[in-house]
Write a protein that binds this ligand. Structure first.
Ligand code: ATP
Ligand code: MG
Length: 276
């Protein structure tokens, strides 16, 4: 059983095996000889192929949680396992897509994607294989025609798709997405979200993402985990059982977004440190 029962209308939990398991994971930072609690103990299971969105007020520890999965930070207490093995540092089985998409402007599109494969055992000394794989990934993100383009020639949405292709290049088991879909115009955004679901469903990746946008959470997530304010703990979950691809502007997504927002408001009203 997951420690956070989903809301009443939710269907049965996914029967897929557990990919990531967080057991009482807490994190605090030492700053100016003071201890800052970033995350209170969090217990959560993420199943293979599941898309879990973390949602909560600024500073509640969402990025911290992703950094712990990536192995960039270590928990102060508790454990995180991937396929039953404790995470004890960074690894290519987990890949993070950051807020700023961190493409190399001096490399063209295909070279940016090939860069994601440079240390992979099957590709390291095989530039042709790297190029073939990079072209496959560009096909997946619908950018075949832009392989030789410079990064500055691409729109914001296209850059995000290049970043996604690069993140998918080493075939990670887990994709970690920290708010990489900021201000895009409404039409580009709706199209990107449809494409994103198509790509992600086809790759069967296990995904954890962070957003401040309840519609994005409802559009992308199978499950949205809502945090309280800093130091965060999980307050509740909203399961989104809508068929894919979902249109971010649809009334069904809006209805779920409303429920997610209501949970956030309730979390904000609780006094900090509340164990409700
Ligand atoms: N490396 C660090 N050193 C010290 N404090 C940190 C560090 N990283 C995060 N924190 C603190 O931990 C808390 C949680 O930060 P975190 O970045 O995880 O929040 P967040 O939920 O991602 O916020 P936002 O929505 O604004 O991105 C904050 O108080 C932050 O100042
Ligand atoms: Mg953050």
């Amino acid at each position: 059983m997951d420690p956070h029962p989903p809301d009443a209308a939710a269907p049965e939990a996914s029967p897929a095996p557990v990919k990531l398991e967080f057991s009482e994971v807490a994190k605090s930072f030492e700053h100016d000889s003071q201890t800052v609690a970033a995350l209170r103990p969090v217990s959560l299971r993420v199943h293979a192929g599941e898309f879990v969105v973390l949602f909560g007020p600024s500073g509640c520890g969402k990025s911290t949680l992703l950094n712990l999965v990536a192995g960039f930070e270590t928990p102060t207490s508790g454990t995180i396992t991937l396929d039953g093995k404790a995470i004890d540092g960074p690894g290519n089985d987990r890949l993070m897509m950051f807020q700023e998409h961190a493409l190399f402007p001096w490399l063209n599109v295909i070279d940016n994607v090939m860069y994601g494969l440079r240390w992979e055992p099957g590709f390291r000394f095989r530039p042709h294989a790297r190029r073939r794989k990079a072209l496959e990934l560009l096909h997946l993100v619908h950018l075949d025609e832009f392989a030789k383009s410079s990064i500055h020639e691409l729109s914001g949405g296209m850059r995000q798709r290049v970043a996604l292709a690069r993140a998918l290049a080493p075939d990670p088991k887990v994709l970690l997405i920290d708010e990489p879909f900021p201000a895009l115009d409404a039409l580009v955004r709706a199209k990107l979200y449809i494409e994103l679901q198509d790509i992600l469903v086809r790759t069967h990746k296990t995904i954890m993402s962070v957003t401040h946008d309840p519609r994005e959470a409802a559009c992308l997530g199978d499950r949205v985990v809502i945090f309280t304010g800093r130091p965060g703990r999980i307050r509740s979950e909203v399961r989104v059982d809508l068929p894919r691809p979902r249109d971010i502007n649809s009334p069904e997504v809006a209805e779920h977004a409303g429920r997610i927002n209501a949970q956030l408001e309730a979390a904000n009203e609780e006094p900090s440190g509340s164990e409700a």
